[in-house]
Design a protein. Sequence first.
Length: 428
Amino acid sequence: MKAIQLLWEAIMEATKRGRRKEDDDGDGEEKTSRKASPESLVLPPEIITEILLRLPAKSVGRFRCVSKLFCSLSSNPRFAKSHLDLILRNESVRSLHRKLIVSSHNLYSLDFDSIGCEGTRDLAATELNYPLKDDASLFSEMIRSYVRDHMEDDRRVMLTLNVKPYRRNWVEIVGSSYGLVCISPGEGVVFLYNPTTGDSKRLPETIRYGIDNFQSYGFGFDDLTEDYKVVKLVASSDEVLDASVYSLKADSWRRICSLNYEHNDGFYTSGVHFSGAIHWVFTESSGNQRVVVAFDLRTEEFREMTLPDEAEDCQHRFRNFVVGSLNGCLCVVNSCYEEHDDLWVMHEYGEAKSWSRIRISWLFRSMKPLCSTKNDEEVLLELDGGMVLYNFETDASSVLGIRGVKLSDGFEANTYLESLISPNSYGI
């Protein structure tokens, strides 16, 4: 009802502007004295298009049943792109369309307006319909793969996978970019998914590897070719990673190169999209030095960024660095499952000298920055398995919960923009 009222008010405002324009053109007294009739409220398709472009994606989707014009517009790839472009051009509008997607057994969407509100500690979430939810065929496929690699019988594997300590998030959130989210609901299964419309596209499979092989994905948008790309890294040995990239426009994978890195950091974690590149932390095979490895989505080339020497101070046995972004800067967090109280932030992207250490008032074993709130004063963190809202200026913090969701079982989260982009028709 609120969306319909919003559209009606927009139509009325556009009609009033049209009348004012007519009055300014002359004969204003006669035209002003006329009463508005239902026929006078019928607007040209061009004006209706401009109105719909300024409405939230969910509202536009609800209007599909109103008329053939609304249905054809909301399903048109060009309209969807124009709708998203309008959101991206305006910072204040973009913040209104930003949502949080959380994976914890199921997928949930959270409104950003509810995060950071004074006194709000228990957030409301909407459960999303995602591809292959409760799909028995995919689960059976995973079991057969497990049996094939471990030569065990089906019943024993079923018992193993259903034991509570072995359960994990059903859906891995690889990343989000320009209105689409990349998710993996099973080993080797990857989808491009629009949480707003529910549209999804399963990516073609690449060469199958054993389930014990290290593999990591990254997802982002190439603004030069206007193409969505998924990067996949798979270990062919302890010190070699095979890299390939998927193009949504071409709907195909292409092998890029082999990389000589050890993959002891970021084990089974996705790369982070920042400043037009996907980022991981790996160790050089020759020098035993950790570096941030970035895949440029435009050039499809890899480059390195060195970490400060002090970042290697941690002497714990299982050292592990996680890449993230913090208030518009790239950052690296030491999540080695021993206690830390700091993170490293690169204030000028690509400049090794701009790394600085930031200490926080919370000791953590694992931590990853998720996003900044709309006022940029507070940051949402995934911290020791919980969701924490932290203020880096005042060191104030609060633990958040989601009604009906047990975050203590483990969760992943990312942000996304509401859009009408369909991965099935993009580029057509």
